[in-house]
Design a binder for this molecule. Structure first.
Ligand SMILES: Nc1nc2c(c(=O)[nH]1)N[C@H]1C(S)=C(S)[C@@H](COP(=O)(O)OP(=O)(O)OC[C@H]3O[C@@H](n4cnc5c(=O)[nH]c(N)nc54)[C@H](O)[C@@H]3O)O[C@H]1N2
Ligand SMILES: Nc1nc2c(c(=O)[nH]1)N[C@H]1C(S)=C(S)[C@@H](COP(=O)(O)OP(=O)(O)OC[C@H]3O[C@@H](n4cnc5c(=O)[nH]c(N)nc54)[C@H](O)[C@@H]3O)O[C@H]1N2
Ligand code: SF4
Ligand SMILES: [Mo]
Length: 757
């Protein structure tokens, strides 16, 4: 599957070559730079005043902290957390502090790379890269049909780039299938909200962390995953009850007032038992239920089957603890329920998320300060991908299946309605299955690293190797996926380009260009523009000149949607307001000159279904697909390890400071009693085997995991070699946090490793 250097193809239309620019170090480059001041702010790299500061949104997690960049001689040389930003109020975690440092690295992809006939990746020009890309996609489509090409994208590029990617791939290039790493992350919350509320609408604002008198965290470890959200919890002056539902005694659980250390994947039964107790003890807001919900009788009947005695046994949580938590929820004045991957990444995640939503609804804990059924997002722009990627949903969260929606979007985009397909894409797992079956022959991967992060990774790596063409668009040429690529397209990263991110509380924040990308690396926006030109679609995208022009197109398409942003007065207003939460309609803007900084949804009790009512949805319990057995007696959980590690580590491992803050070698957390029984000491090398693979890691003996369970962070490449490929049936999200393994000692360490917990 290697590709010769010369494709011998002619570009369909020639991208006008950018001017040759002189770099700071004196070398010359042909960069496709935005023109100064193009977004109206005068904040592009080229037009930044010599010495100044400017505030941009962090590009790691969905908290969306504001970081103040300190500019000297037109280039960012340092940063501090923004004190005036309504999200972080002057705080940042180590990843944010080190955000600039990771941009300087030998691992950066600085030129397009093409695999030669000898199998080596060789530098090539952008012209040849674009030609090759376009020709390969065309060849595969011609030979194998329109289903044969797919893309996999991300929650880590700005909305405008996602919008461009979706429109280019699906409305211009005829690429039928495209999904993103948000499937690994947020798909469950999306399906749950859509069915319950009628729209994918997280209702909260961060002020709710401070206003609650009872906060419930289900499958969420914000101390590690969302540290600045946790700081907001610490600012709560109500002496709140903090209930953590997690099989591990996490940092967050240690800081809680009640920890329900349940058996993995027994959340649904536990939540139904809590719901049942709330109904039996009449902690129900009957007026709210009557006026604003449907399905209460079915809910009551269903949860009545979940008696305390049975559930207590199956979940491994005492009856007293369940009742205490239920009572706190029932009697709290402002109760907020927060969930993250412990819920979403489950084979019954959608129903579990809806069980959380049900509790908020029947107790009337929605639409008021300190309340809500609140899914915390993962990546900086996972919500942007939900709204703008045109993968599962059409541009602006419309429906591909609806002709009226297609017409509306086509008008907003100034495109022919016939170019918009009438179906959403295959989901991620179906795309991977398509590769296995030989249906997908070419794959375009943008800002994600599936060869490390997808479930049951060994399988994925061999599948990626089967493709006729794999193009990888990334900041670094060293990612596990880029190493398998036929073509690497070098991308600018955070701080080197512009656009908007949407954080967990629906806030649009600005990404700014404060550095020049290394070598010939280009913003994804410019790469997409290049591809559009070479594809012959320049005309179709004539209006898509720069990110802010795309933002205006997005605004048009959002009209009358729950996520309407027609009232935002461009990037300048987002900048001046410290971000703006959706919705913000033209009508809102006429009524109030400035958007208030904290807004939550559903204050009027009207949901997005046609009848305005939310749905209470229940289901039966699903048996665990791979329970433990005598052969594989340990349940393996996976997730985030430390504040300083980000996912597959392509970025965070570039910072010497961050590297000092986390263990360099893969480790597994094992309960001390188990360790004793298996004759494993802290620091020993152990073998972990599942039905899919065999890996080695350092034993970290700690009481934070229960007996019969173990935990591995996802940041090390090997973790997903043993995970089990299984999914939530409604959302298609992988269930990363349950598979059966066995653990044995491999070798004694001559020197014990340093404990890191
Ligand atoms: N430092 C850092 N921060 C990050 C990230 C990162 O890589 N590093 N990634 C970001 C992204 S994309 C995401 S999605 C978020 C994820 O943020 P979180 O979801 O908070 O992180 P995880 O560790 O994946 O999972 C949360 C918890 O779920 C628990 N869990 C496992 N199984 C179950 C179960 O059956 N029931 C319950 N109730 N809990 C269970 C785990 O023990 C774990 O403590 O973090 C974001 N923030
Ligand atoms: N076992 C297990 N596996 C998991 C999880 C788990 O809990 N357990 N969690 C899952 C979750 S929630 C998630 S979100 C995924 C994350 O999985 P991935 O998306 O695969 O992880 P990242 O390391 O964030 O990969 C992002 C890539 O984009 C590149 N990049 C960053 N910025 C840009 C940019 O602006 N442009 C371009 N072109 N590239 C850029 C980075 O260098 C990196 O290679 O992992 C999932 N995998
Ligand atoms: S908490 Fe998230 S958004 Fe804030 S600085 Fe850390 S990584 Fe960035
Ligand atoms: Mo995620």
């Amino acid at each position: 599957m290697s590709i010769g250097q010369s494709t011998g193809t002619k570009p369909v239309s020639i991208l006008p070559l950018p001017p040759i620019l002189q770099r700071r170090d004196g070398t010359m480059t042909r960069e496709l730079l935005l023109k100064p001041g193009q977004h109206g702010l005068g904040m592009t790299h080229d037009s930044l005043a010599a010495d100044t500061t400017t505030t941009a949104t962090c590009g790691y997690c969905s908290t969306g902290c504001g970081l103040r960049l300190h500019i000297k001689d037109g280039e960012a040389i340092g940063l501090t957390p923004e004190t005036n930003y309504p999200v972080n109020l002057g705080m940042a975690c180590p990843k944010g502090w080190e955000a600039l440092r990771v941009l300087d690295s030998d691992e950066r992809a600085t030129t397009p790379l093409l695999r030669d006939s000898g199998g080596k990746l060789q530098p090539i020009s952008w012209e040849l890269a674009f030609e090759t890309f376009v020709q390969k996609v065309r060849d595969v489509q011609a030979k194998h049909g329109p289903d044969s090409v797919a893309f996999l994208s991300t929650g880590q590029i700005p909305c405008e780039e996602m919008a461009f990617l979706g429109a280019l791939a699906r409305f211009a290039m005829g690429i039928r299938h495209g999904d993103g790493n948000t499937r690994q992350c947020m798909a469950t919350a999306v399906s749950a909200y859509k069915e319950s509320f009628g729209f994918d609408a997280p209702p909260f604002t961060y002020d709710d962390f401070e206003q609650s008198d009872c906060l419930v965290f289900i499958g969420a470890n914000p101390c590690i995953g969302h540290p600045i959200m946790w700081e907001r919890v610490l600012r709560n002056r109500n002496n709140p009850e903090i209930i953590v539902i997690d099989p591990r005694r996490t940092e967050t659980a240690m800081a809680s007032t009640q920890h329900l250390q349940l058996r993995p994947k027994s959340d649904l039964a536990l939540l139904y038992a809590i719901t049942n107790w709330l109904i039996e003890n009449d902690h129900v807001d009957h007026e709210f239920v009557h006026s604003h919900t449907r399905g209460f009788d079915e809910l009551r009947e269903h949860v009545a089957k979940f008696d305390l005695g049975t559930v207590s046994k199956s979940c491994g949580v005492s009856e007293e603890s369940i009742v205490r938590a239920a009572r706190s929820i029932g009697t709290g004045k402002a109760v907020s329920l927060w969930w993250t991957m412990g819920v979403n990444q489950s084979y019954e995640g959608t129903r579990t998320a809806q069980a959380i939503i049900n509790i908020a609804l029947i107790t009337g804990n929605i639409g008021k300060p300190g309340t809500g059924a609140n899914s915390i997002t993962g990546q900086c722009n996972a919500m942007g991908s939900r709204l703008w990627s045109s993968t599962t949903n059409l541009f602006g969260h419309h429906r591909f299946e609806s002709e009226a929606d297609r017409i509306k979007v086509a008008e907003a985009l100034n495109m022919d309605v016939d170019c918009i397909p009438s179906q959403g894409s295959w989901k991620y797992d179906r795309i991977i299955e398509g590769v296995r079956r030989g249906e997908i022959k070419a794959l375009w991967v943008i800002a994600t690293n599936p060869a490390h992060s997808w479930i049951d990774q060994s399988d994925v790596c061999s599948l990626l190797g089967k493709l006729d063409f794999l193009a990888v668009q990334d900041m670094y040429h060293t990612t596990e996926t880029a190493r398998l690529a036929d073509l690497v397209l070098p991308s600018a990263g955070w701080g080197e380009k512009e656009g908007t991110f949407i954080n967990s509380e629906r806030r649009y924040g600005l990404l700014k260009k404060v550095r020049r990308a290394p070598g010939q690396a280009l913003a994804d926006f410019q790469i997409l523009k290049g591809i559009a030109h070479y594809w012959g679609a320049a005309e179709q995208f004539a209006e898509w000149t720069d990110p802010e022009a795309v933002f205006r197109i997005m605004q048009r398409a959002s009209r009358d949607q729950p996520c309407d942003i027609t009232g935002i007065d461009g990037y300048a207003e987002i900048d001046q307001c410290g971000g703006i939460q959706w919705p913000w309609t033209e009508h809102d803007a006429q009524a109030t000159s400035r958007p208030p900084q904290q807004r939550r949804l559903f204050a009027d009790g009207r949901f997005f279904h046609d009848d305005g009512k939310a749905r209470l949805i229940v289901d039966d319990i699903t048996p665990m697909p791979e329970p433990t057995s005598s052969e594989y007696p340990v349940m393996l959980l996976t997730g985030r390890g430390t504040v300083s590690q980000w996912h597959t580590q392509t970025r965070t491992r570039q910072s010497p400071v961050l590297k000092m803050l986390y263990p360099q070698e893969a480790y597994i957390e094992i309960n001390p009693v188990d360790a004793d029984q298996w004759e494993i000491d802290h620091g020993d090398l152990v073998i972990i085997e599942s039905r899919r693979g065999r890996i080695q890691a350092n034993a970290n003996v700690t009481a934070t995991v229960r007996r019969g369970q173990a935990f591995m962070p996802m940041h090390y490449e090997i973790t997903n070699q043993i995970t089990l490929s299984h999914f939530d049936p409604h959302s298609g999200q992988p269930s990363y946090k349950d598979c059966a393994v066995r653990i044995t000692r491999s070798a004694k360490r001559s020197q014990p490793i340093r404990s890191h917990v």
